[in-house]
Design a protein around this ligand. Sequence first.
Ligand code: BYC
Length: 330
Amino acid sequence: MYAQEVKSTGAAPKSLADMSAEERAFQERIDADIKIEPKDFMPEGYRKTLIRQISQHAHSEIVGQLPEGNWITRAPTLERKMILLAKVQDEAGHGLYLYCAAETLGVSRDEMTEQLLSGKAKYSSIFNYPTLTWADIGAIGWLVDGAAIMNQVPLQRCSYGPYARAMVRICKEESFHQRQGYAIMMKLARGTDAQREMAQDALDRWWWPSLMMFGPSDGDSVHSAQSMAWKIKQNSNDELRQKFVNETVPQAEYLGLKVPDPDLRWNEAKQGYDFGPIDWNEFHEVLKGNGPCNAERMAARRKAWEDGRWFRDGLTAHARKAPARKMAAE
Ligand code: BYC
């Protein structure tokens, strides 16, 4: 149930010689870094790729509220509660900008929701893990939002205008989120032995799933080549993952915490860290619906959709009546 298994759908990008005149003109605009806007010509594959990626990104923001929402009532101080509440609200806002960006491509919000609830559309694997302690809220902000920033900063330069513009605001907010997470980790790392252990335990559980957020290795990434040719993606999954490891390891050291990877070591020649193998079996199991919280997350989203039915029906009825009322008043 709720399977989101990786299926190989990617095709190699067409060469300029194999493109129609329209497709060639489109690719030339992309190559010249001219943004594509909703009413411009776009190949069907470009439109579909964007709908897939933007809607999955939107679903991730919405489902991503659940693990953190779990701690709003239990945040240790009123200040922490207010900050967490604001952060979770920001994630809802990101979901909404992204749904709007996807709607400019001709898909409706209802269709996207239907795809999420039927298991056809994915959301990020990371949100299928539980938040067991307050330190998990720190680790999510630090690592999950940190990984999100690494992945999303280049999306501000994505070739599709509405997505690129939505990402500008999202990235600003994600930077704040990352800092609030790191601030929680600093407090715990400098606290009592029990607090330090809690911080280390959260790092132990969130480290590997955070590396999985960047997607399969380049050799197994079915969409990367085409998405990079269309400048939807600017970097490969492995490039961004390596950048994230390089930036995050010194942050863990500053906290006095140990990254749970016995193979982690600095490689002078590549000016980056070598790190151990990712458990891709775990990643695929989570995508298949077998992660610790998949069923719970989808049940929560399904309930929210059902609970909101009366409100959507009311809005639709109101919208239908509005033109008649306007005519009667004229
Ligand atoms: N989880 O060919 P690939 C956030 C799928 S929100 C699940 O490399 P692509 C936040 C992929 O969709 C974080 N599925 O694909 C929110 C594809 O399957 P389909 C979300 C994954 O698209 C709240 C298949 O594997 N960020 O940060 O070129 C609080 C093959 O992969 C995952 C975004 O969505 C995964 N981790 O590259 C805090 C950013 N990875 O569609 C934080 C925008 C891969 O063929 N998205 N898959 O069935 C992207 O940048 C790209 O879509 C990805 C994948 C890098 C994720």
